[in-house]
Structures are given as structure tokens and as C-alpha cells.
Design a protein around this ligand. Sequence first.
Ligand code: UGA
Length: 441
Amino acid sequence: MKVTVFGIGYVGLVQAAVLAEAGHHVCCVDIDQGKIDGLKQGIIPIYEPGLEALVKKGTREGRLLFTTDAALGVGFGELQFIAVGTPPDEDGSADLKYVLAVAQTIAQHMTGYKVIINKSTVPVGTADKVSAKVAQVLAERDSSLSYAVVSNPEFLKEGAAVSDCQKPDRIVIGTQDLQAEQKMRELYAPFNRNHDKVIVMDVRSAELTKYAANCMLATKISFMNEMANLAELLGADIEAVRKGIGSDPRIGYHFIYPGCGYGGSCFPKDVQALVRTAEQVGYQPQLLQSVEAVNYRQKQKLFQFINRHFKGELAGKTIALWGLAFKPNTDDMREASSRVLMESLWAAGAKVQAFDPEAQHETQRIYGDRDDLLLVDSMEAALQGADALMICTEWQPFRAPDFSYIKEQLKDAVIVDGRNLYDPAQMKAQGFAYYGIGRGE
Ligand code: UGA
């Protein structure tokens, strides 16, 4: 099939590359000329395992095209994906200006039937707004042209985006238009093997499904963080509690890891957006508000540990920091807990000596050159001359470090571990002051 994808960010690029790999012909449209020029030469603007190879293959085999020419994009595909950003407004609700601008462009240039697919995470009611925008433009042009607007939310995780997209656990299609449903089933047929993963529903339910999924996951995390804080005060170990409750299949082991708060481009934004949506329809979403409040507090936890350890005397101290990205296998720093930590450390007069396997560039881009931030190129280099070690991201190499080396390097044998990577008893036996999440001290 011929497909056009507007917005070549995380979601758009991964979706385009995976569809091309499955045999479809995909035209990628973005307004960023630099990004499009780079992609034509195989330069991938983000770090995502497996993506580069797919993009290069699709381009080489002529099934993946890149352009800034929107009219060309509209002419290309019968299916038109909208995968542009929906940044939060000042009040936390999703800003739809880019989504509606693409809808307008499609309506201005289309000459035949189009299925317009909302892939961006958008508030309930957006498909109706997209439909109204297209109808409004077509009314002035050619009202005989037909189209359908479909909600098809994305459930991929950063760091595993390619495989999530290739092997979806469900394909949610929000439409009541039978022709559009048929086209969507055809498009996803290569990914819909073994058993039927397609779930067809009305468009508003599909839109809410996306928010409900992310908010449920964020709720699990905030719940566990709350339990961890309680465990700490009660002298219990949250890691034992986690195993104890995860063994109940109704709860399950996934997404119940306590830590230094959730980050990324999805959970914080989506929880806030659903709170705003609820308020707009006159409902007080008390649970969601608490999920957000607990997460906000959790992100300050690591600083509180280190500040308490050094009795408020952090000025002039150097802190080794392992892990900057909001989670492993990505270079994404959006809403990362490391940012809250670093900013608090700087405000207290401490220096940060940080290492992350992928997010150094992004950190440099965000914070620029500053005397109190040194980005180093190894775990070991981060420790040199440091007073303490802190960990924000559970990258694999951090799981089994050489503890005697760490002890030799640090001025004070203290580890503040925001991801519960180590065993507190073992840390104590090795002579460390060890602070985990919900594990006592
Ligand atoms: C999330 C969802 O997991 C995807 O299903 C969804 O498609 C995506 O948002 C989206 O809306 O696009 P992502 O933001 O890539 O994916 O990252 P996650 O792996 O979900 O992690 C989010 C945050 O939660 C990270 O900061 C992670 O450290 C934290 N987390 C996760 C915990 O603190 N504890 C856990 O048990 C799991």
C-alpha cells in the first residue's frame, strides 16, 4: 500500500521504517529540512536500537522516501498518518496546532479518497476536530472528495520501539467507517499474525484507550513509589514486597519497580493532559492528580538522601552520576529524574561528574557548558575525585560494577541508588553507606 507519514519524530519514523520493511511504500514528510536531508543520507536523528538499519534498507530498496514537500506527501499515500508532536500547553493540555495544520494541508491538496490516521497521542475529541477541519477546507474546494479520520494510537516504548512496532500486542483502530477499517486491516496484515490483534472501536474510545493505558502504568509506578516510601518508614524492604505482590497474576510483575520517578515524553505529559481533559468536562480526577503529585515528590528523593547524608553541606562537593536518560537504551532526557537531581545539586553548590552511555550529547545540548557539569566518557571517569556516587538510570553496565574500585575512588563511600540495582546487605558488608528506594538505610 502507499502510505504517507507526517511528522518524522520517534513515532513517525519508527512507524514509517517498520511499514516499509513490511513491503509498503512510505513517504515521510517533515518541515525540518535538516532532518529530512540527514535521513536521505541515513543519518538518524534519534537513538533507537535497530532503527538505523531499517531506515537504510527502506531507502536503498526505494520503499522509504523523505521530503519536506507536503503536497507531494498528500498525493502519495491513500493512507495519511499524522504523527506530529502535541506539546503540552501552559496548562498541561495537549496543543493540537500541529495536528490541525497537517489536517488542513491534507484537505488542501487531496484529490481522491484518503484515510487520515491520528497516530499522535491526542485528547479525546481530536479526531472530530480533524474531521471538522478537513470538512471546512473541502467545503471551499471540492466537497465531493471523501475521507475518513481514524484513531490508531501507538503503544511503543522508547528503546524497544522497533520491536514493539513490529510485534504489537494489540492494534487499536478507532473508526466506524467500514472502508477505512478494511484499509487499516490491510495495512497491518503483516503484523497481525498468529491471532487477531486488531481491536476495532469507536474513535473516542480509541483515543481514551491510549491515555488510559499510560495513566494506568503511571499509576502502578506512583503506587509502588508510595509503598516504597512507606516501607522505608516502617522498616520493610520494598523489593521483597514487590516480589510478594507481583506473584499475584492479577497484579503481575511488570511496571511495579519503585525508583526515582517516571519520566519521558509520555507518562508525565499524558497524565497531565488527562487531568486537564477531565477538568474540562467538570470531573475532578483525584487519583490522577495524586499520581502526578507522588511522581513530583519522588523525583526529589535522591537529592534529599544526599543532602541528608552530607548534613546539608553540599557546596564544593563533586557528585559522580551514572545515568542521565529517563530510562536505559535511549538518549531521551525529557522529564528525566536526573535533571531534577542535577538542578538541585547545582542549586546547593555541588558539581556533577556524569556518565551516560547515550545521553551525553543531549545533556550537553540542554545545559550547555557550565563549570558545575562535567560529562565524562566512562563509569570509572565519573568516579574520579568524587565525593559520592548517585545512580538515576538502570543501564546494564551499572548493574555489576567493581565495588572495590568505586570505594577506592570515592572520598566518602556513599552510593545513592535511584533504581535499586544493588543489595543493601552486600553494600553494607563492603562498607558503603547505601541509600536505595524503600529499602531502609
Ligand atoms: C511509555 C509506555 O510504556 C508505552 O506503552 C507507550 O506507548 C509510550 O509511553 C507512549 O505513550 O508513547 P516510554 O515513555 O518509552 O513508554 O517508557 P517506559 O518504559 O514506559 O518508562 C517510563 C518511565 O517509567 C521511565 O522513567 C521508567 O524508568 C519508569 N518506570 C517504568 C518505573 O519507574 N518503574 C517501572 O516499573 C517501569
